[in-house]
Design a protein around this ligand. Sequence first.
Ligand code: COS
Length: 377
Amino acid sequence: MNEFQTELKNSLERFRLDHIEPHAEHDDAEENFRMDVFRGLGELGVCGMTVDENYGGLGLGYTDLCIALEEIAKSSVSYAVTVSVSLMVQGIIQKFGNEEQKKKYLPDLTSGQEIGAFCLSESSSGSDAKSLKTTAKKVEGGYILNGAKMWITSGGIAKTYVVMARTGEEGAKGVSAFIVQDGTEGLSFGKKEKKMGWKVSPTREVLFQNCFVPEENLLLGEGQGFKVALGGLDAGRITIGSIAVGLSDRAVSESVKYSLERQQFDQPIFDFQGLQFMISDMACEMEASRLLVMKAAELLDAGKINSKLCSMAKLKATDVAMKVTTDAVQVHGGVGYTTEYPVERMMRDAKVLQIVEGTNQIQRLVIARHLKKEFQG
Ligand code: COS
């Protein structure tokens, strides 16, 4: 880490310990999202970190963002994910939007005044994203959207939605991407999902009923929506990886701390070699996943985005987070299974990291396709 990154990490550590950690257990139980916490992260520049300064961002790289998200995730995967998805939406608008769209939609998102959400999944199209059924029918001056998007992170609290809908034929080429803002007639939200983890981050269905969207809200052009979505997801998969690393890091720290305090058979349980081996493996896997995430982020920053490494980073870091948080509960024994210690929440928060932004089975499929292509040329 360079000097700037160390300062970034330290300021976010102070922020999370002052503003997130004290409420973590309560807010998890109450499923309470605090907009003032998100806006506080915005004041630190995190919410628009990788966006150009012309649109209110900091113009920093994904390596910097990964350091920031890791730090936030140590106290709250939910806030880290809210930032990460909002930044994915901004990344999409910055990369695929025209100047007018960037000027109109980015500043409120970069400042953290508003949140962005990404609407791709539907009840019958999750992994098979290109089979989506939401329609966007061309009418004079724009499109009429009809359909339902499911499992939308920040659904209902976000202001700006990037929505993939079908304007043409079946398959990827018939998909287009639109920017739709909360308050648009015909846009509404379903009930908040009851989830195992990520309880602070609301997940809702996003519904479109004869929702008119003006043509200036179309991103890139008709039929380009699948590329827009997958292009955004490449970067999103790296940031989900960094959140997983932050979670693993905290789980390792909690395990070392607890095992040094907890006495059994007249000695700290840390002194048992069986436990040392377990914790060493946890720490080693966590560092390995961090290196992979950073490598993918460095390539992205160098303008050499590599979908294979994006998928590898997401796959490795999230599988490691699941294993490490599960082992952290094991290290804590009975109390680890209760809300008295944060590892219980961390294990619940880890699970969906293996599912979102492409299941880890889809990541393996993407990696295998790249390997085959590299081999066959
Ligand atoms: N970036 C840009 N374009 C991409 C891309 C990427 N990373 N990956 C694929 N594409 C393009 C392809 O080039 C192809 O376009 P052309 O026909 O012009 O070449 C088009 O997208 C369709 O690709 P493909 O035929 O490979 O589609 P498949 O359905 O076979 O596979 C997967 C695509 C399964 C990899 C994709 O649907 C996927 O990632 N699914 C998971 C979805 C997901 O992550 N959902 C989570 C939502 S957020 S919680």
